[in-house]
Design a binder for this molecule. Structure first.
Ligand code: GLC
Length: 425
């Protein structure tokens, strides 16, 4: 299975970056790259570092790292560079994605066989990743709450989650230029966002473009400002990991600043806790209210170094979901009417999410549940191959096939946790 997974990575390798999958996603995606590098690191360390280096070579001057880098032209994708119009030499999108690179770099560094190479590459990446983290708190937390907002659902990485539905109603659709979606020609339209949702996605892009992609203005100008616990957990974890790495590499200033951001974030996460749901929820910042949508975003919070009592509560919550589906972890609570086992981020399982939740649980000593999540992940692969995502009841493979980060997670899980309840097939 490891060899097949490596083959998927090689097939999607474009030399200095990987595409998530051919056809549906023909460019470099931000968090896909960071997580995919973890897979490469097990058999080609220089290639793993290159993946992350390329991502940061396209960092904006203000510190933002864009969600897509359009390395070459491909008419099969919408919205392409002309729609974003960010004015970059190598075109990029104008929004960001979950900042998991800090975590990935520390992990690759810690495990590296080639310590000299690792120190050199990590040292060069350190200030860049730190600048990205600082950008978040500067531009996406203008009131200094300790948590950052996303201003477009695509930033969350959980593009079509139920979490965004209500807040998204405030995004208008007037003035949206006519467009031709391409995603529905690569994947089943019944599993993809509706046209109505797509118009709102594009409205936001047009709005930000109209403001010249000036990040000092975008947050306040966006009718969509949501504080996602999963996203913030990833940021907090990356800040904490960067602090540890900076310490080791003799960069005390970065270490102290990173630790301070992580600590403030951890304290602020309490404002997203829902006792009624037994998990974290998103906050609709525009109206100052929690969004009562029990999605995996609130469970992914386990990835951050939260107080053990909170992680234990999340473990109980995930355990209770297991009674309502066959494969953990569904992207939405299966007992709610909004749950849809096949539609994008409204029910299906993603391996990257499983990996991060399992890792957080493990760090907090919840080893048994972490093992169950990894075993479920590998059962999905064995049954249905390296798909983009899976139905949590039938294991039906959905979205794109031969998916890079799915393969990378399999390598990670098997190489680092073989024997944790599931031997390679
Ligand atoms: C979809 C996913 C996003 C991912 C991208 C490429 O847009 O929602 O999380 O980064 O595909 O795989």
């Amino acid at each position: 299975m490891i060899e097949t997974a490596r083959q998927v990575l090689r097939n999607n390798d474009r030399g200095f970056y990987t595409v998530p999958t051919k056809g549906l996603y023909p460019f470099q995606w931000n968090w896909d790259s960071a997580l995919s590098a973890l897979g490469f690191a097990h058999f080609d360390e220089p290639r793993a570092w290159t993946e992350i280096d390329t991502l940061f070579a396209h960092q904006w001057d203000d510190g933002m790292v864009p969600h897509i880098i359009f390395h070459q032209r491909d008419e099969g994708y919408y919205p392409g560079p002309d729609v974003w119009d960010t004015g970059r030499e190598v075109p990029t999108s104008g929004i960001t994605q979950p900042p998991v690179a800090g975590f990935a770099v520390r992990r690759i560094f810690d495990r590296a066989q080639d310590k000299t190479l690792a120190a050199e590459r990590a040292r060069a990446l350190l200030p860049r990743i730190h600048a990205w983290h600082q950008w978040f708190f500067r531009c996406r937390d203008p009131q200094h709450s300790g948590l950052v907002a996303i201003i477009h659902p695509w930033e969350s990485g959980r593009d079509n989650s139920v979490d965004w539905d209500d807040a998204f109603q405030r995004v208008p659709t007037d003035g949206v230029l006519p467009f031709n979606r391409r995603d529905t020609s690569h994947a089943d339209p019944a599993h993809r966002p509706t046209d109505e949702q797509y118009k709102r996605y594009i409205w936001l892009v047009q709005r930000f473009r109209g403001l010249g992609w000036d990040n000092a203005a975008l947050h306040d100008a966006s009718p969509f400002q949501v504080v996602d616990p999963g996203f913030n957990a990833i940021l907090i974890r990356s800040c904490a990991d960067l602090a540890a790495l900076a310490e080791e590499l003799g960069e005390p200033r970065i270490a102290a600043e990173s630790r301070a951001m992580a600590e403030r974030g951890i304290a602020a996460m309490e404002t997203l806790w829902s006792a009624a749901r037994g998990q974290y929820l998103c906050l609709d910042r525009s109206i100052g209210r929690l969004i009562d949508s029990p999605s995996v975003g609130g469970l992914l919070a386990a990835f951050a170094p939260l107080p053990p009592g909170r992680v234990a509560a999340l473990a109980r919550r995930i355990g209770s979901l297991a009674e309502h589906c066959r494969y953990l972890v569904p992207s939405h609570d299966p007992t709610t009417p909004e749950f849809d086992s096949l539609r994008y981020w409204r029910g299906p399982v993603w391996l990257v999410v499983n990996y991060m939740i399992a890792d957080g649980l493990e760090q907090a000593g919840q080893v048994e549940l972490a093992g169950r999540i990894k075993a479920d992940s590998l059962r999905l692969i064995r049954q249905s191959g390296f798909a983009e995502y899976y139905d949590p009841n039938t294991a039906e493979p959905c979205g794109g096939g031969q998916f890079t980060w799915t393969a990378a997670m399999v390598i990670e899980m098997l190489e680092t946790h073989a024997g944790a309840g599931d031997a390679p097939a």
